[in-house]
Design a protein around this ligand. Structure first.
Ligand SMILES: Nc1ncnc2c1ncn2[C@@H]1O[C@H](COP(=O)(O)OP(=O)(O)OP(=O)(O)O)[C@@H](O)[C@H]1O
Length: 260
């Protein structure tokens, strides 16, 4: 994807400023997290279990409020500017694929005929337009996740938040979905924040890897992946990819050592 501007000159989209999140029982899930998310970024949040990745994503989605600090959109936010994908596809089993993808519009009170083309285009982007009348039970795990991604992008959001969306899938399906996700991001030009445990996945997808440590959850380092987009299978086997994986692994080791 031709990412138009170098990371530091991209316009800000969302700012996370000195955020703390403390859960009942004095569990400090996040301490002093700051991050400027910029238009067109592909950011991975990478870190060991319990370092607050999902908590950070939920705060950015507005599903939970910080205990201290602020999270602000840097642009006037419109309906449909945010899409979220969780680890489970969470599809409505009684509804067809098209009806599932229509959901964000339905919640806005829109009628299906007025957005039918958007629904079909989103399904086309994830390669499932032929399955619009199928039900979730007829689909494989990878296909269900594609439907969840189509649902998150049907409104052409500026920002898509993804919480380990491919963790439950086999490696071949995961690789394929990684490729397709980058193609989709290029097509709709959105910003992505992606939670993962996988160094390899984070390097393949991201241009910014935010490495986090646990107890308390915090950001310890940002690794930049300056390899150009589009990233292909050739990138996955390149020396450049291996070098970035080493850098991210080293940062992750520091994160684990900090929590030890
Ligand atoms: N609703 C909650 N109530 C109490 N504690 C919570 C809650 N949600 C998360 N925590 C705690 O906050 C910390 C961070 O959790 P979080 O799920 O954000 O981490 P994570 O990095 O996403 O972990 P994983 O990779 O295992 O999903 C953990 O100690 C967790 O037990």
């Amino acid at each position: 994807m031709p990412k138009v501007a170098p990371i530091d000159s991209r316009a800000a989209l969302l700012t996370v400023e000195a955020v703390d999140k403390v859960f009942p029982g004095n569990v400090q899930a996040l301490r002093d997290m700051s991050l400027t998310v910029r238009e067109g970024d592909f950011i991975s949040l990478l870190g060991p279990s319990g370092c607050g990745k999902s908590t950070a994503l939920r705060l950015m989605a507005g599903l939970s409020q910080p205990t201290a600090g602020r999270i602000d959109w840097a642009i006037p936010r419109q309906k449909g500017d945010l899409g979220v994908v969780f680890q489970e596809p969470t599809l409505m089993p009684w509804a067809t694929v098209a009806q599932n993808v229509f959901l964000p519009f339905r919640l806005e009170g829109r009628a299906y005929p007025s957005v039918r083309d958007d629904v079909l285009n989103a399904l086309k982007l994830v390669g499932l337009d032929r399955f619009q009348n199928s039900y979730p039970r007829e689909l494989s795990g990878g296909m269900k996740m594609r439907v969840a991604i189509a649902r998150a992008m049907v409104t052409q959001p500026r920002l898509i938040l993804m919480d380990e969306p491919f963790a439950a899938l086999d490696e071949i399906t995961r690789f394929k979905l990684n490729n397709d996700l980058l193609a989709m991001q290029a097509r709709i030009g959105c910003t992505v924040i992606f939670v993962t445990h996988s160094v390899f996945e984070s390097v393949f997808l991201s241009d910014r890897i935010v490495v986090m440590a646990a107890r308390p959850g915090r950001v310890i380092e940002e690794v930049r992946v300056d390899a150009p987009y589009p990233r292909t299978e050739a990138f996955r086997t390149s020396a450049d990819y291996a070098a970035h994986c080493r850098a991210a692994s080293t940062a992750l080791e520091h994160a684990m050592a900090e929590a030890a």
